[in-house]
Design a binder for this molecule. Structure first.
Ligand code: U2F
Length: 453
């Protein structure tokens, strides 16, 4: 009797930050393209609730979600970062258990794995079954390159007992495409920032596993970082840029269409006049920086829309809300893609999370960057020094004068807007009928659907 054809694709998401949603958006496109395949989406229950709960009508019936244990002790009430460490420590076992509990003796049903690149152990699982693994990097090519080249960077920048002290400004110009990146811009875990931490070890293993993937994919477009992409093409079996996802996926923020009235407020503002401020889903600037940013905004006279959690509003300077009520709007959450796409928005004050950077480029909005951790510093360097579509806050922290200076620069110099407009043009072309991202998506679909029986 002929054995059953493998027809399942196992997806492993990383449940923190904005990781699971972009992966889900990619899986949704594949599920529509390959309706006879079943896509089993594994993540923690909290992450699955947020992804599947907000996508309601957009979920093809061939995507099934499965919860895996998050590894966090039941009575744990510590900080978010500690929660993530519990997760990382137990993720290999928890995902393997989760997948085995669904497939049991039917592991042969699995024809492919699609994993957040953080789930480096997916390569071993795929090899055991003799099936391909697709690695999905949720950030940009620049940061992925630093993880791929971690060993080379460590060997090339041999550090003494003082670590990177005094060498922060040295360039990492021996890595293709990173000639303007400084040591200080590197993500933690490469040459500074706890090399032995659970998280750094995970990133190091990830960098080593990338060449084993049948394809390394990302939410970007080739034309943004050609030298890096050309290098990846030589190093990886396949390097497939598939984005920007803002242009390829239906915007899931439509379900809370206008929760806070910010789009109506924007309608009343002049074209390209508003500063939009958001620091993503995990980062909060320290209180003195929030206050300095507020003071700078107040003195500048620039209208602003600020995505700021309710519990942080109390940290703003006394009387700030009253004094700026005619030209400022603060809400706990915005439909960001639509906000950036609104003609009134003239600048984005951002932490440089990768999704925010992509969304700003596709909306043609220049950026003022205040990065905090991980890939954000290198993204900021690319925005300001390589692509020239924004500026960095002076000395890396918000001050009143630094904020004023950046706002003045973006609103008075046309070059930022022109350059981001040009990049938007490349992005739109990439997702068009003959564009690089469209071709790459078709290649990816072929790998996923290929009949290897
Ligand atoms: C982690 O990034 P974050 O989740 O902090 O930030 P982004 O990658 O910029 O993603 C934020 C998303 O949340 C949306 C916004 C983005 O899609 O449109 N959003 C919104 O809709 N409304 C709001 O009021 C505020 C945000 C990590 F911290 C980064 O370093 C990584 O680059 C990133 C991707 O791996 O994940």
């Amino acid at each position: 009797m002929a054995s059953k054809k493998p027809e399942h694709v196992v997806v492993m998401a990383f449940p923190y930050g904005t990781h699971a949603m972009p992966l889900f958006n990619l899986v949704r496109r594949l599920a529509i393209k390959a309706p006879t395949l079943t896509f089993s989406f594994f993540s923690t229950s909290k992450s699955n609730q947020s992804v599947f709960g907000t996508s309601l009508d957009n979920i093809p019936s061939n995507i099934k979600s499965y919860d895996v244990d998050d590894g966090v002790p039941k009575d744990f009430t510590g900080p978010h970062k500690a929660e993530m460490i519990f997760f990382v420590k137990s993720m290999v076992e928890n995902y393997k258990n989760g997948i085995h509990s669904v497939y049991g003796d039917e592991m042969k049903m699995i024809k492919c794995f699609i994993c957040d690149s953080f789930m480096y152990f997916g390569s071993d699982m795929a090899d055991e079954l003799g099936v391909p693994l697709i690695s999905f990097w949720t950030a940009g090519p620049c940061s992925l390159s630093t993880h791929f080249y971690t060993d080379l960077i460590r060997q090339s920048i041999t550090l003494g007992p003082n670590g990177i002290e005094g060498r922060e400004e040295e360039l990492v110009n021996f890595i293709p495409g990173l000639s303007l990146v400084r040591i200080r811009d590197l993500p933690e875990g490469i040459v500074f920032g706890g090399l032995e931490s659970e998280f750094s070890i995970m990133l190091h293993k990830m960098g080593l596993a990338l060449p084993r993937a049948a394809a390394v994919t990302m939410n970007s477009f080739a034309e943004l970082d050609l030298p890096i992409i050309e290098d990846f093409k030589c190093k990886f079996q396949k390097c497939l840029t598939l984005g920007p996802f803002t242009l390829t996926s239906k915007n899931s923020s439509h379900i809370h269409d206008e929760p806070n009235g910010c789009l109506t407020w924007l309608d009343k503002q002049n074209p390209t006049s508003v500063a939009y401020i958001s620091f993503g889903t995990v980062t909060t600037p320290p209180p003195h920086e929030l206050a300095a940013l507020a003071e700078g905004l107040e003195e500048s006279g620039v209208p602003f829309l600020w995505s700021l959690k309710d519990h942080l509003v109390g940290q703003l300077p006394n009387g700030f809300l009253e004094r700026t009520s005619k030209r400022g709007f603060i809400v706990a959450w915005t439909p960001q893609q639509r906000v950036l796409g609104h003609h009134a928005v003239g600048v984005f004050v951002t932490h440089c999370g990768w999704n925010s950077v992509m969304e700003s480029i596709t909306a043609s909005v220049p950026m003022i960057c205040r990065p905090f951790f991980g890939d954000q510093r290198i993204n900021c360097r690319m925005v300001s020094d390589v692509w020239g579509i924004g500026t960095r806050i002076k000395n890396g922290v918000f001050t009143k004068d630094g904020t004023l200076e950046c706002l003045d620069m973006i609103f008075s110099e046309e070059k930022f807007r022109e350059k981001v407009g040009a990049l938007r043009g490349f992005a739109k072309h990439a997702v068009g009928p003959n564009g690089s991202s469209t071709k790459n998506f078709n290649t990816l679909a072929e790998i996923v659907c290929e009949d290897r029986h």
